[in-house]
Design a protein around this ligand. Structure first.
Ligand code: PEP
Length: 251
């Protein structure tokens, strides 16, 4: 597997001052540490995309959106298309985050349509999957992941232009991260599913990230798990020092 991807999901956090300040600090650190042995990505709220793109210019830190619409344009008040994200300087977009699946009732089919729209606009989708606490307690974690992977991924396109984030819902924002054993089991299951869907060689090029309470204290252990190709980081991505420490934990 190639370079790991460390992605920050700022969610609905940040105003111009704090967001641009955070982006500037990351860009400065990335310039000072260049060349980096991993890929870095930040996904700010839509209102900050343009100023954050400006702050990141000339650094190795990539920009991503947190969601996109499945259509290219049209009468969809409040929504943002993948092409608009691209226009704002994005190269990635998160789709199917569990908060969108829960808050906005997004189905696997819709997530797939969004991932396909992202690809069509030249963005790499980061497709999120992961079971709830109840599903895990019921012994259904792998079955849920299997359904989400087979139904939420784009059908066509280069597998290398795709990332999946395994994010157990019970680990997001709770401080409870999955154990390395749970993560290893889920990631090897996802890799096997991918091999079935796109063939073994192509499956090896898809980056499968872990997300759920990743912090400087547990990052090294989680990033060392086989088949973990990076991390999707929420809360800890809002502090440059913590996000940087997580990235620097890449083996
Ligand atoms: C996330 O929102 O994708 C996430 C993993 O959040 P946190 O790191 O805060 O658990």
């Amino acid at each position: 597997m190639g370079r790991k991807l460390i992605a920050g999901n700022w969610k609905m956090n940040g105003l111009t001052g704090s967001g641009v300040g955070l982006a500037r600090e990351l860009a400065e650190r990335a310039r000072a540490a260049a060349p980096l042995g991993y890929d870095l990505l930040v996904c700010p709220p839509a209102t900050l995309l343009f100023p954050v793109a400006e702050a990141l210019r000339g650094s190795a830190v990539a920009l991503g959106g947190q969601d996109c619409h499945s259509e290219r344009s049209g009468a969809h008040t409040g929504d943002i298309s993948a092409e608009m994200l691209r226009d704002a300087g994005c190269s990635y977009v998160i789709v199917g985050h569990s908060e969108r699946r829960a808050d906005h009732g997004e189905s696997d089919a819709l997530v797939r349509a969004k991932a396909e729209a992202a690809r069509a606009a030249g963005l790499t989708p980061v497709v999120c999957v992961g079971e709830s606490a109840g599903q895990r307690q019921a012994g259904a974690a792998l079955a849920v992941i299997e359904r989400q992977v087979s139904e939420s991924l784009p059908r066509a396109g280069d597998p290398a232009d795709l990332a999946i984030a395994y994010e157990p819902v019970w680990a997001i924002g709770t401080g409870l991260s999955a154990t390395p054993t749970d993560v290893a089991e889920a990631h090897s299951h996802i890799r096997a599913l991918l091999a079935h869907l796109v063939g073994e060689a192509a499956a090896a090029t898809v980056r499968v990230l872990y997300g759920g309470s990743v912090k400087p204290e547990n990052a090294a252990e989680l990033l060392a798990v086989p088949d973990v190709d990076g991390a999707l980081v929420g809360g800890a991505s809002l502090k440059a020092e913590d996000f940087w420490a997580i990235a620097a934990s890449c083996p």
